[in-house]
Ligand binder design. Structure first.
Ligand SMILES: NC(=O)c1ccc[n+]([C@@H]2O[C@H](COP(=O)([O-])OP(=O)(O)OC[C@H]3O[C@@H](n4cnc5c(N)ncnc54)[C@H](O)[C@@H]3O)[C@@H](O)[C@H]2O)c1
Length: 335
């Protein structure tokens, strides 16, 4: 009985698969290797996994209903970690259809597959972006999140609602994890740390949105992986105290749960850049710009539920995590 991990050639997915393989699990990974960013980076991440005999990789689109049905018929999965998605807040303004296909149709296909097999636990990626227009800090899963400000965020919020119906109707334990700006080695070329590093090393100016005043709860990849693995091992349970008269948005009578995974320590963008300058030994030429449409000014995760229920403790300081990224980047790109 293998674990299915979707988005396995992605930044977080490949790190999760590696960790599962190291602990002796059999894993089937799935990814469509789309060209949203350099597919050769996805191939390189995959080459780290192909050396394990307990790993099988499928090049499939989660939005392909027939192909997904066939996979859930062919393999017996005990658990599913669903990380495949069209990512990026800004790109959802340019190409909304990609989000409908991968994040809504794809998610529905995953839920159907889990129903077909009576899966023990589905863990899926949500996002801090669901907090949208919320301003009460820190962001808590016990707050309502009904005001998304990008289509990306709306699809992630929709995933949480779709999962609830399957947990309610079919008793499938589902847990949604709202990740807060994940960074680290093998990271995504469309994210700030990667783009800044590339530009600084090329002697180019870096665009600093919101004049560098954004606060982000930057979370190191190893801390995210640790959180996912801990959650996976404990299938979501119903909350016996849950009441429809005062509904808690993070739990339910159904076996359905939501958690934040963040660092619980927001950092001002300028300080993040300072950590990068320090790791590179170069001072960046900063082009200060206003905020971009769809962006949230600040993110700050309340992770108390994860700490209490899973003993989760984010352990990586931004200075250390950024230095690890720079070490990887220089080595991988030979700069
Ligand atoms: N990285 C972050 O800071 C962050 C923050 C919040 C939420 N998330 C969520 O975490 C998950 C993983 O993100 P990531 O940073 O590793 O991104 P990523 O783009 O590196 O990984 C996603 C992978 O999914 C694959 N994919 C996309 N659409 C697909 C489809 N239709 N069928 C099959 N595969 C498909 C891509 O090829 C990619 O390899 C995503 O669901 C994302 O929304 C990430």
């Amino acid at each position: 009985m293998a674990i299915l991990v979707t988005g396995a050639a992605g930044f977080i997915g490949s790190a999760v698969v590696k960790r599962l393989l190291e602990s002796g699990e059999s894993v089937v990974g799935l990814d469509n290797h789309n060209a949203y960013y350099d597919p050769s980076l996805k191939e390189a991440r995959l080459s780290r996994l192909s050396t394990y005999s307990c790993y099988e990789h499928l090049r499939v689109d989660v939005a392909d209903r027939e192909a997904m049905k066939a996979i859930f018929t062919r393999y017996a999965f005990k658990r599913v970690i669903h990380l495949a998605a069209q990512v990026g807040v800004r790109y959802s303004i340019e190409n909304p259809a990609a989000y409908i296909d991968s994040n809504l149709v794809g998610f529905a296909n995953i839920l159907e597959g889990c129903r077909q097999q009576a899966i023990e636990h589905l863990v899926y990626a949500s996002s801090s972006s669901v907090y949208g227009a919320n301003e009460q800090m820190p962001f808590s899963t016990h707050h309502t999140v009904d005001h998304p400000i990008s289509l990306y965020a709306a699809t992630k919020k929709a995933n949480e609602a779709m999962a609830h119906t399957y947990s309610h109707l079919y008793g499938i334990p589902t847990t949604g994890l709202r990740f807060f700006t994940v960074y680290g080695p093998w990271g995504r070329p469309d994210m700030a740390l990667f783009k800044f590093t590339q530009a600084i090393l090329a002697g180019e100016a870096i665009p600093v949105y919101h004049f560098g005043q954004h606060r982000r709860d930057f979370t190191y990849i190893d801390d995210i992986v640790e959180g996912i693995i801990r959650v996976l091992e404990k299938p979501a349970q119903s909350n016996p105290q849950w009441s429809g008269l005062a509904p808690d948005p993070a739990t339910s009578k159904a076996p359905w749960r939501l958690y934040n995974i963040g660092n619980q320590q927001p950092i001002v963008l300028m300080d993040y850049i300072a950590a990068l300058e320090n790791a590179l030994g170069i001072t960046a030429n900063k082009q200060l710009l206003p905020m971009q449409p769809g962006d949230i000014p600040d993110t700050y995760a309340d992770v108390e539920d994860l700490v209490e229920q899973f003993g989760y403790q984010p352990a990586t300081r931004v200075e250390d995590g950024v230095a690890e990224f720079v070490r990887w980047y220089r080595n991988f790109y030979r700069v």
